[in-house]
Design a protein around this ligand. Structure first.
Ligand code: C2E
Ligand code: CA
Ligand code: CA
Length: 463
């Protein structure tokens, strides 16, 4: 008995030890488990942070694309829209008011979007800058909703720059291509829109080729600047009363190594839209200064050259410095470098920024010419108030001139207007002797056009 008792006692003690060991092991595992759980939680937070844009709280593009994939898998065959929204003039806003104001706009816009009807049925993302992507089942007609509601958002937004939303849409009912490519296609549709108003464009296949071409052009701009592929052409401005050449307009040409000779209309609007026009304009401004210096070296009389200034250039902080530096570097009279600014730059400048910048340029002695006059929406009171020296009548007014009596009356009116405001008037696009004669008869003194000369390479112009 005694033996048995000792034996059991020993066994119980052993079991007890085992129990204690197990308990310890369990405790350890528990701790480990807690650690792992904490790690998982941390990883989740990181994933969340990675998937979400910290500024607006919307998805970032990779997270968005993943969720769209899941949504498409969950509802096969359901028609849907991938929508991209871009804020027109956003870069301008950043340049002029700084990133704080711009960030606030993006946050407000995100709130606005996610507050729209049916927003909880879709997915929203922001990609670096001002691009918003939206996934939405087609039944909620979100593109139409945006078109209806966005203008009010931007119109009531308390900033003095006129902004609006532009919307591109890719629609489908099957997931034939990966979501990222759908986003690209919506973007492609967006890029076909003019910058002026809120509109919606839908993707179609032919857009792809245009995009490739545009990419090629945009990508090659920095090299083109280094390799001097941009060329300065000059077109004379003529005093029709005396027949003398009284100035010239500087016009850019691009001698592209692969695409050959690219006319300005094929790349200037693109460069403006993508906000890469400024370095190219500066390049031409400098070329114009070199031309003026060259004339002086050759002992030729001074001849003012007018350069084009893209709308966005005016909003650049260093614009005045850049021009001052050029004038100094080539030791020029600022009156010889004239600046052509399109009329729309004035009429779409609700914050009077353009007005202020151009006033300052004028104080420095530069002449300002209002380009394409008649295509914007100047009012008379505005024209009287604006800092300009020259009006350039847009060439569209001459297409039916002098055959159409209405057009004759319009030109007569503009001549009177210019006279009343004490501005020089230059008629653009004079192609025939009849036009020149009729303009002279109406009292328009200056002209530019193929009738006098096409734009010429700077060297030929010198000769
Ligand atoms: P723009 O400033 O209105 O320039 C006048 C345009 O009319 C030039 O076209 C010129 O070649 C063309 N032109 C001149 N006379 C006649 C004519 O009698 N008949 C017709 N049909 N056309 C005539 P171009 O050189 O193709 O330039 C087109 C536009 O590209 C310019 O219009 C201007 O807005 C822009 N551009 C050209 N060079 C520059 C530049 O260096 N910087 C910027 N920002 N824009 C430029
Ligand atoms: Ca011009
Ligand atoms: Ca013009």
């Amino acid at each position: 008995l005694q033996g048995l008792y000792t034996d059991d006692y020993y066994r119980i003690q052993q079991m007890n030890n085992q129990l204690i060991n197990s308990q310890r092991a369990l405790q350890k595992s528990n701790q480990k488990l807690k650690q792992v759980l904490a790690q998982v939680q941390e990883a989740n937070t990181t994933i969340d942070a990675l998937e979400h844009d910290s500024l607006t709280g919307l998805y970032r593009l990779p997270g968005f694309v993943r969720r769209v994939s899941q949504a498409l898998d969950a509802a096969p065959g359901q028609a849907f829209d991938i929508i991209v929204l871009d804020v027109a003039n956003f870069t301008l806003l950043c340049d002029v008011f700084g990133s704080k104001v711009a960030d606030k706009l993006l946050q407000d816009l995100a709130l606005f979007l996610t507050g729209l009807e049916h927003a909880n049925q879709g997915l929203f993302a922001r990609k670096a800058g001002d691009l918003f992507y939206i996934y939405m089942p087609a039944q909620f007609c979100f593109p139409e909703l945006l078109q209806e509601k966005l203008p009010a958002f931007f119109d009531s937004y308390p900033l003095p720059i006129r902004m609006h939303g532009m919307v591109g849409v890719y629609s489908a009912s099957t997931a034939e291509i990966p979501p990222l490519q759908m986003c690209d296609r919506a973007r492609l549709a967006l890029n076909t829109l003019p910058q002026e108003e809120v509109r919606v464009a839908h993707y179609d296949r032919s857009m792809q080729d245009d995009l490739l071409r545009e990419h090629k052009l945009l990508d090659s701009v920095p090299d083109a600047l280094k390799r001097h592929e941009f060329l300065l052409y000059l077109q004379p401005k003529v005093d029709m009363f005396t027949g003398e050449t009284v100035g010239a307009e500087a016009l850019v040409r691009w001698q592209h190594p692969e695409l050959g000779f690219v006319p300005p209309n094929a790349f200037i609007p693109l460069l403006e839209r993508e906000d890469v026009i400024y370095p190219v304009d500066q390049y031409i401004w400098e070329a114009a200064c070199q031309f003026l210096a060259r004339r002086r070296e050759l002992g030729l009389p001074p001849l003012p050259v007018s350069v084009n200034m893209a709308r966005r250039d005016i909003y650049r902080e260093d614009l005045l410095d850049v021009l001052d530096r050029l004038i100094k570097k080539y030791d020029l009279d600022p009156r010889l470098l004239r600046l052509e600014v399109i009329e729309r730059a004035y009429t779409e400048d609700s914050g009077r920024i353009v007005f202020n910048v151009l006033s300052q340029l004028r104080k420095r002695g530069f002449w300002i010419e209002m380009d394409d006059f008649g295509t914007g929406a100047s009012t008379l009171s505005m024209a009287a108030d604006i800092p300009i020296d020259v009006l350039k009548l847009d060439r569209s007014f001459l297409t039916q001139f002098p055959e159409s009596p209405r057009h004759v009356e319009i030109v007569r009116f503009v001549v009177q207007l210019a006279r009343a405001l004490d501005l020089r008037l230059v008629a653009e696009g004079v192609e025939t002797k009849e036009q020149a004669d009729a303009l002279c008869k109406l009292g328009c003194r200056y002209a530019q056009g193929y009738y006098y000369s096409r734009p010429l390479p700077a060297e030929d112009f010198l000769k």
